[in-house]
Design a protein around this ligand. Structure first.
Ligand SMILES: [Zn+2]
Length: 114
């Protein structure tokens, strides 16, 4: 007998942006210089310039890069994220949203995880 699991995943904007989730998405790596120390999150387009707090506008940045970039746009600072920020895929999101993955789910999640 085959069991099917349907996991309800919130869509789009309801996948809340959190520091923890952004760091996990970016593999705990500064998207400007690759550092793994003193990590913060950075608005690619600064809030002061109209940037939104969305998955597409937030990247992991170390504190030195964050302060170096300041309130400038990527092209003004000549600092571009290494990867285009995007919302986490549903499977990563489940890993992030659920602190303890139920044992019975693991076989369904692991092969799908990146
Ligand atoms: Zn950096």
């Amino acid at each position: 007998m085959v069991s099917n699991y349907y996991v309800k995943v919130p869509r789009g904007g309801s996948r809340k942006v959190s520091r923890r989730a952004v760091l996990a998405r970016d593999n705990h790596c500064c998207q400007y210089c690759g550092s793994r120390a003193h990590l913060t999150i950075d608005h690619v387009i600064p809030k002061s310039r109209g940037g939104a707090t969305t998955w597409e506008n937030i990247v992991t940045s170390c504190a030195p890069c964050n302060s170096r970039k300041g309130d400038r746009l990527p092209r003004e600072a000549n600092m571009h994220p290494r990867t285009s920020p995007r919302p986490p895929d549903p499977f990563s999101f489940i890993h992030l949203a659920v602190t303890e993955i139920r044992r019975s789910w693991r076989q369904y999640l692991e092969y799908a995880a990146v």
